[in-house]
Design a protein around this ligand. Structure first.
Ligand SMILES: C[S@@+](CC[C@H](N)C(=O)[O-])C[C@H]1O[C@@H](n2cnc3c(N)ncnc32)[C@H](O)[C@@H]1O
Length: 258
């Protein structure tokens, strides 16, 4: 499937969503850096009243006079995911920004900032599917948050034929147990108030002692702790749980001790 005629054609009118990596601006790609520094118009998501993580990452890199469009979520954790109002408010928000970005992108290049990789649980995907076919669009991949976080633990994440399972802490407990039990290495995102539930899940699969919690990975104030040493029941949005895969040494190739 062809998505963009020329994925490098990012200088005419249109939209380029730039993956900024996990937080440290040094972990942006050369292309992301070039596009951010050259931007005349940037758009980014943020929770109302907050600066926005993507916007914080590019602080000090922007050209003077850049026009900024803060796309403020109407709702984040105020309503449960199961509430229809949560989905209707977000749908209206995405529909609104689809129109606004389409208007802007008719005459200029809008750079949409995205923490991590845009196509990996990124909010921009909701605009991307709505804008496809209407506006020339490019997406610049970025290092994911989880990659920055497992590197921060200083421990290899996935070996050989390990299965890596990525889960959202918002899933029901039984589903978390089922998926987590089936893999070798485990990543859990969107922790927030779900930490007590996730401790129970890890205990149920016998891996509670192996789990790490990384908060603000590669960002100022990063913390890397064993989950067993974390007293809090609630953690900030940019927190991730990691259980590393284990190296498997087949008996036939194991080096015999002298
Ligand atoms: C909506 S997802 C966005 C993922 C992003 N597009 C990426 O490629 O990593 C947000 C979740 O990713 C995790 N996350 C992303 N970056 C992180 C970081 N630097 N430190 C800790 N957690 C992070 C957190 O669990 C957070 O709740």
């Amino acid at each position: 499937m062809s998505v963009a005629a020329d994925p490098m054609a990012d200088d005419g009118p249109g939209i380029t969503c730039v993956g900024l990596g996990p937080g440290d601006p040094d972990l942006m790609s050369v292309r992301a850096d070039r596009l951010v520094r050259g931007a005349t118009d940037i758009a980014y998501f943020r929770k109302a009243g907050r600066p926005g993580k993507a916007r914080q990452i590019v602080e000090g890199l922007l050209a003077p006079g850049v026009r900024e469009y803060a796309m403020e979520y109407p709702v984040t954790t105020e309503l449960p995911l199961t509430d229809p109002a949560y989905h209707s408010q977000l749908a209206a928000f995405y529909a609104d920004w689809t129109e606004r970005l389409a208007d802007l992108a008719a005459s200029r290049r809008v750079i949409v900032l995205c923490e991590g990789d845009p196509f990996f649980y990124g909010s921009f995907m909701h605009l991307y599917v709505r804008l496809q076919g209407r506006v020339p669009m490019q997406v610049v991949p970025g290092i994911t948050g989880m990659s920055g976080c497992w590197t921060a633990t200083g421990t290899p994440m996935a070996w050989g034929d390990n299965v890596v399972t990525v889960l959202m802490g918002t899933l029901p407990e039984a589903e978390l147990v089922r998926h987590a039990a089936a893999g070798d290495a485990l990543v859990v995102m969107k922790l927030g108030r779900n930490l007590p539930k996730l401790r129970r899940v890890l205990a149920a699969i016998g891996r509670l002692e192996e789990a790490w919690l990384v908060q603000d990975g590669t960002m100022p104030g990063q913390t890397v702790r064993r989950l067993a040493e974390v007293p809090e029941a609630t953690v900030p949005y940019f927190s991730i749980l990691l259980v590393h895969g284990r190296e498997r040494v087949p008996a036939a190739t194991a080096i015999a001790a002298p």
